[in-house]
Design a protein around this ligand. Structure first.
Ligand code: BV8
Length: 234
């Protein structure tokens, strides 16, 4: 395998599946238990903030019971050992990439372990439950803290930086995502339009965007990623 100096890795819920974190669209996934419109939109939060806060409180609590898997730790090793740059752009809101050893991470859809004040817009680490009685530690407003999550209809974080990275990379790897949500699902097209980067999809099954990738490896990320990282570091 060629040697790469500037790798961008996009991850989705599938990279955390073997850690026991529910995905969205697999059997038993989150969107089977809840409608997106009821828990992951600004309108839902305005309509029923307690329902939305509970949805995220439940997932935040689950984070305490899961561990990074071999895919997370393989990516941490890649960042540590590659003679070049590795950037993780994750759609996931869990903290398993951090706990797997990666440090160069962009959480484009936010983070479960943080809340944001809708009044003063400050962001706070928040490992426990958040509800309408929670008070902003900065401006002391009550009922002002929301999950620091990008909901449907909201602009993902750091898009300019992400687009620059995608245009400059020489390898784009997509891991564990169904390719059904934009703008993340369009990243591979942006990489292909920008130049000559190699593109690899690592997914349990072909994603909606599989045909856009120069190379696809189908199977469990926890098995495939250590092998791919070994090739990249050889
Ligand atoms: C925006 C945080 C604009 C919440 C999430 C048409 C074109 C372009 C856009 C749109 C469009 N129609 C509608 C839109 C807008 C919308 C969208 O794309 N909708 C979809 C449904 C069509 N997008 C948005 O709203 C985005 N914002 O467009 O803003 C804008 C412009 C100006 C001003 C303001 C706004 C924001 C979207 C972000 C929503 N938030 N997450 C939360 O977590 O609760 S989305 C959520 O689902 C994830 O973050 C992720 O992004 C997305 C997809 O999930 P995946 O990660 O892919 O997981 P999934 O379960 O689907 O798939 C798992 C995969 O893993 C499977 O393929 C499976 O086979 C595989 N797998 C399973 N196990 C393993 C495995 N692979 C390997 N190993 C395993 N062991």
């Amino acid at each position: 395998m060629a040697s790469y100096k500037n790798i961008v890795v996009l991850t989705g819920a599938g990279v955390s599946a073997e850690s026991g974190v529910a995905t969205f669209r697999d059997n038993g996934g989150l969107w089977e238990q809840h409608r997106i419109e009821d828990v992951a939109t600004p309108e839902a939060f305005r309509r029923d903030p307690d329902m939305v806060q509970n949805f995220y409180n439940t997932r935040r609590a689950q984070l305490k019971n899961v561990e990074p898997n071999a895919a997370h730790t393989a990516l941490g090793t890649l960042e540590t050992k590659l003679d070049g740059q590795v950037t993780i752009v994750t759609q996931n809101v869990d903290n398993l990439h951090e706990r797997g050893g990666s440090t160069n991470i962009i959480h484009m859809h936010g983070e479960l372990g943080k809340v944001r004040c809708v009044c003063c817009r400050r962001v706070f680490l928040w490992p426990d439950d958040c509800d309408q009685a929670s008070q902003c530690p900065n401006c002391f407003n009550q009922s002002a803290l929301r999950p620091h999550i990008v909901w449907f209809g909201e602009m993902p974080f750091e898009m300019d930086r992400i687009e620059s990275l995608l245009c400059a990379c020489d390898l784009f790897i997509s891991i564990g995502t169904s390719g059904s949500v934009y703008p993340a699902a369009g990243f591979v097209s942006l990489v292909r339009a920008a130049g000559t980067a190699h593109t690899i999809e690592v997914n349990l099954e072909p994603s909606d965007g599989a045909s856009y990738f120069a190379e696809t490896r189908h199977g469990e990320a926890g098995t495939l990623m250590p092998l791919l990282v070994e090739e990249l570091l050889a």
